[in-house]
Write a protein that binds this ligand. Structure first.
Ligand code: CMP
Length: 134
């Protein structure tokens, strides 16, 4: 089934100059970029995006990080895009993510893990509406 998913190339990806390499992986897989914008978000926007995590212990430093500089928000489209993108990203913790995945190849951190992607059709719908209301 053709799906759309919301992806963030987090501030560490922008700072490290990895935007092109990460986008190239998504494109090479066959996914289409249907919207994309670089933004620096506020704490309030971070809280809306990470609504399910705001009460967690790891959230304050995550909010600090995600608002620390520009990120690139995009919508990817393709067959089974939600699960495919999560597989390309790899496990959340870059130290545990398998080699060959984006986090496995480029991240050594549980927080600064380069990419975010929607984890279900419901979160994709919510996150796309939040980031790209038009
Ligand atoms: P993401 O896929 O954007 O979803 C929530 C984010 O919180 C996750 O990627 C990490 O950046 C961060 N995160 C999740 N768990 C932890 C943790 N235990 N410690 C620090 N950051 C975390």
């Amino acid at each position: 089934m053709i799906q759309r998913t919301l992806v963030l190339l987090k501030p560490d990806a922008v700072r490290r100059g990895l935007v092109g390499q990460v986008l190239a992986r998504f494109e090479a897989k066959g996914l289409a970029i249907v919207a994309m914008e670089q933004r620096t978000i506020t704490a309030e926007q971070a809280d809306r995006h990470y609504a399910e995590h705001v009460e967690k212990d790891f959230y304050p430093p995550l909010r600090e990080f995600i608002t620390s500089g520009p990120l690139v928000a995009l919508v990817l489209e393709g067959d089974e895009a939600i699960d495919i993108v999560r597989a390309l990203n790899g496990a959340t913790d870059g130290r545990k993510a398998a080699p060959g995945t984006i986090r496995g190849d480029y991240s050594l951190s549980n927080r600064e893990n380069l990419v975010h992607a929607s984890d279900s059709p419901e979160s994709a719908e919510r996150e796309i509406a939040l980031w790209f209301p038009s």
